[in-house]
Ligand binder design. Sequence first.
Ligand code: TYD
Length: 212
Amino acid sequence: MDLEGNLLLVTIEGIDGSGKSTLLSALKSQLADLDPIFTREPGATWVGEAVRRAIAEQIDPITEASLFVADHAAHLSTLVRPALSQGRLVISDRYSDSRFAYQSVTLKGIVPDPEGWLRAMHDGWSITPDRTFLLVLSIDDALARLSDKSGREHFEKREVLEAVQNNYLAYARAEPLRFVIVDAALEKEVISKFVADGIRLVVKMGKEGRKR
Ligand code: TYD
């Protein structure tokens, strides 16, 4: 069941407004031949409904963070682990790095070491992605893309997005082999081709790994 060395779990991360949704819908057609399982956090299971409610009601940050972690646990047990154990390629729109990047910000001043607390919550049972594509763009561009959406979530404020993106960039620096930084200001076709090619490479490496 432990297929973690086989390079099959790919995640897509980035701040709100970084263009993940557009990228994901392009990847669905461009990678159809690989028959990937596309999934997301939050919301791959019913626990996601509790998360959405927590976000909408601006419940206290510890409750919110715990619900995001619960959503991750349910996602892993019902979808990610079974899919990986069948040798399927799993592509997740947001995953644990979203928790580390966002909840480190929302829990600041509430728990003593937010990132340590969050990482400890995942230790020993979560699965680290094999490759993470991080969409990066200026906060001004992200806010401009979000501006036509009514009713912004509390995550979508300038200071929050800035801090979240800085967290993501620190993780990418700490794990340069796992993270691939993508310039989200490029044309959407260029971005999706770059990421699709990158995923194909990951899959090829995974297959070669299995043959050894
Ligand atoms: P999502 O539905 O992915 O929103 P979008 O499609 O706009 O990116 O996620 C909703 C919000 O939840 C988004 O602002 C990011 C945030 N989030 C966290 O704060 N922590 C997490 O662990 C995850 C998965 C998302």
